[in-house]
Each structure stands twice: as C-alpha cells, then as structure tokens.
Design a protein around this ligand. Structure first.
Ligand code: ZN
Length: 480
C-alpha cells in the first residue's frame, strides 16, 4: 500500500507556474544553493527579469503568516551583493528594518546562516536547520524579495550536494518548482538530504489531492503510524469541509521533524499551517506514542490541516495582503484558531478515527480539554478583555505567553460550539455549523477578500436559516 520514494539523485528543478496568467508576467527567478554536506549556510539568488531604472530594496521577512509573532530572519543574512542586469556590481547599504538598499539592481545574492538561526530562534518550528545528512528550509526564513515585486510569479531552482534527494512542498511528486507569488514561495518548505524520508500516503480522496508524508527523525519512529494518523486526519478534514467536492489544494504535505533539543531553552511541538502543507518541529521524545498519543498527534495534524481552509482560504481582516516586516494586528484570531480547531474536533469525532467512542462524548471531552479548562484557569486581566482586543494582543503574543493564544482560541472554539448546537437544534439535525462554514469558505473563494466580523451571522443565516448574531456578540464581550 505504501510507496516510499526517496527521491534519488541530485535534483535541479525549474518550472513555470501552472496557472495561465503567469505567461503574461515575466517571473522572478530564485535560485537556492546548499553546496556541501556539513555546510552551515545556504546561498540565495534572486533575479528579476527586468532592467531596473530606479533603486530597489531587498526585504527579508520578520513576520510569519499565521504565526502571530516575529522572528528576526534578517539577522542571519550576510554577504548581500547586488548587480545590474549587465553584471556590474552595485553598492549595498543596510536600510530600515529588515531591508537592504540595492541601487538599480536586477539581481541580488546573499547567504543565510542556518546554524546561527537554529541557535538564536528558540521556537524550533520557526527555524530552518542543517544536519550532516539533512537540511530543512522554511521559505520565509531564507527567501526575501524585491519590494514591490511580491505579486510576480516565481520560478525556483534548487541545488543540493551531489546525490542528495530534494523535496519541495511546491511539487511533492517532483518536477518543476513554481509559486504563484512571493507568499506561496515563502509559505513552502524545501527539505533535502539522505536523512529525509518521503512517503505517498493513501486516503479516500487521494486522487483529488495526493497526500505526502515527509519526515526526519533523530530517534527511531514508526513511519506506518505517522502515515496512518496523517491519512485519518486528512480524510476527516476533507470530508468536513468539502464533502464530495474537491479540496482547494491540488496536493498536501505533512512534514514532521523529531529532534533532540538544541538547548534547554528551545521549545518543540508547535505546528505551523501552510497553503499546501503542515510542518512541526517535535521533540525527539514525541516520537514515542506513550508520550504523544495517537489521539493527540492525529488531532495535532487535523487541526493544522483545517487551517488550509480557515484562515488560509477564509479569513478576517489583516491576513492578506500579508505584511512581511512586522506582525500585523488581527482581530479575528478567535475565528481562525477557534473555529478551525472546533472543525477538527467535530470532524475527528464523526470519523472512524474516534475509535468507536460515541461521537457526542468525544466532542464534549475535547471541548472540555481544549477550551473549557482554559477558560476556567484564565487570568482575570485576559478574561476581562473584549475578544477582538484579546485577538489583537495575541497577534504578537500568541505563543510568547501561550495563555493569551489559548484563551483566544478557546473563546472562539466555544462560540463555534454554541452556534453548532443551535443550528443543529433549530434545524432538527438537518444542518450544522459545517454547512455555515462551507458556505463562508465558498463566499471567500468567490469574493477573494476578507469577511467582516459583523457579516458572519449573515453568511451563517444564508446557509442554515438560523440566527447566530447574539451568540457572536456574547462571546465577543468580556467574560464574566
Ligand atoms: Zn491552529
């Protein structure tokens, strides 16, 4: 059933964007070079197809989409060199924030120090890393962009040491690497080396959206178990959000690392969602099912797969266009996190993965563990904040003080649960919050823009005929 395909050979991948509009605009060409096993840095080259007539600026991200914090990726960049189209070298100067002034450059080259990044960034899931037999690169931690060129399509070429397999979440089955714009490139991951394991995972909808497991582990880990839990999570979430319709992504990757701690101050286990993938830097001890149970890991994966719909493709104000130089203030994190997690809870409860447990019992247990217990233990200063205000606070402090993140998603999750209960009751089980969310996601795809908070009950009423405005307002207010 399982196919293990360690992509062999040194890979040099180039491609153009699949969508038609890429033909109209010349792409930006990115080249990433990791020269030799053991090297602690990568080289990046960005080539604009057009001659520059005005000064250009290189920006390296400090903000991570949906991370609700900042990381100083510009600090690990060195040897920035700019060139005219004809190849003449230009003077480069450090500018405000994470920027470099490049003159009228058509090309920029720079190095990123991976070893220093992993040492300095203590939240392991936010860092790229290198090992003697392995390298993992988070797009936003190594790729910068010419300011103003963020929306141009991108061609990416990756070069690794001879014989090293290369994997990109942009094209899990191999072949050409392209990104619709800088966001899509930054949101992708590149992983390579003989220590990497890649497997095609089988699940019900795999013909619509192939699922790939990519992992690296510094301790023995049960690959079949990782495949099974990924498959169960993906099957549950596609059923919940799409039913018989096709998922909004053409492929998806679950990318897991199990790592021995770099220091006692480094933290492991947080997950990060992407358009077409989920990645998490777990602790090596989490590879043991007695330490990190099937139910917990399945939920961890399902929760982050749910984010491929909410908020990646259905979101409030502030998510797009993304601001890369600092974490933007967002007042709907309670929706993005709470409703997505609630969807994962209900989807898994309804699936056979719940292990034969009664569906409602499973839902109640998860609501208690994930949301209600957080509310009970929350400090008064956070409880008394209106939910939108708490969300804005969480925009930069979500994981820095996880009480803030947890209370934000718990209040959103319980709002979702109360809406779901009412919709089910008033429609005698004919409709549920799932119908409301499917409708909102379809609305987002059609309108290509953010929803306004006050419009949520309107969209939900369109889908279900049930009024939820009072529930929304109740949960937006400070807690008693
Ligand atoms: Zn989340």
């Amino acid at each position: 059933m399982r196919v293990l395909f360690l992509i062999s050979l040194f890979v040099c991948l180039v491609a153009t964007i699949g969508s038609g509009h890429s033909n109209a605009r010349p792409p930006v060409r990115y080249r990433l070079i990791y020269s030799a096993p053991g090297s602690t840095s990568v080289h990046v080259r960005i080539d604009l197809s057009s001659e520059a007539t005005t000064p250009r600026t290189l920006l390296i991200p400090r903000a991570i989409p949906m991370c609700y914090s900042e990381e100083p990726y510009d600090q690990f960049v060195s040897n920035v060199a700019a060139f005219e189209a004809a190849g003449k070298s230009l003077p480069v100067a450090r500018a405000e924030g994470p920027r470099w002034s490049l003159g009228a450059a058509a090309r920029v080259d720079y190095e990123v120090d991976l070893a220093r990044m992993e040492q300095a960034i203590q939240s392991a899931t936010d860092s790229s890393r290198e090992r003697p037999d392995y390298v993992s690169l988070l797009g936003y931690s190594v790729f910068g962009f010419f300011e103003g060129a963020e929306e141009l399509p991108i061609e990416l070429k990756v070069e690794g040491p001879k014989g090293w397999p290369v994997f990109s979440t942009l094209a899990p089955a191999g072949g050409a690497l392209h990104a619709e714009n800088f966001y899509a490139l930054a949101d992708s991951q590149i992983i390579f080396g003989p220590g990497l394991r890649v497997a095609r995972v089988h699940y019900a909808r795999e013909n619509d959206a192939p699922l790939t497991l990519a992992y690296y582990s510094e301790v023995p880990v049960d690959q079949a178990r990782l495949e099974r839990l990924s498959a169960e999570a993906m099957a549950a979430m596609t059923e919940y959000f799409d039913g018989p319709s096709a998922p909004p992504f053409s492929h998806y990757t679950v990318f897991l690392e199990f790592l021995k701690p770099v220091s006692k101050d480094h933290s492991y286990g947080f997950g990060m969602e992407h358009l077409e993938s989920f990645h998490a830097a777990m602790a090596a001890t989490d590879a043991d099912p007695t330490a990190f149970s099937d139910a917990r890991l399945r939920y961890h994966i399902a929760h982050h797969i749910a984010h491929a719909w909410i908020p990646k493709r259905c979101y409030g104000e502030g998510y797009y266009p993304f601001i890369w130089d600092h974490a933007f203030r967002i007042d709907t994190i309670w929706f993005s996190e709470g409703f997505a997690q609630y969807a994962a809870i209900v989807a898994l409860a309804a699936s056979s993965a719940a292990g034969g447990q009664n569906e409602e019992q499973h839902r109640q247990e998860m609501l208690e563990r994930r949301f209600r217990s957080v509310l009970r233990d929350s400090p008064p200063d956070l409880r008394h904040m209106p939910l939108r205000e708490l969300s804005v606070f969480a925009s930069t402090q979500y994981t820095a003080d996880f009480r803030i993140g947890q209370l934000t998603f718990s209040r959103g999750g319980l709002m979702a649960a109360e809406m779901d209960d009412r919709i089910r009751a008033e429609t005698h089980g004919q409709k549920s919050l799932r119908d409301a969310l499917r409708h909102l996601i379809a609305w987002s795809a059609q309108n290509h823009r953010e929803f306004r908070i006050e419009d949520l009950p309107v969209r939900f009423h369109e889908a279900t005929g049930v009024e939820t405005k009072d529930i929304l307002e109740n949960w937006l207010a400070p807690l008693p």
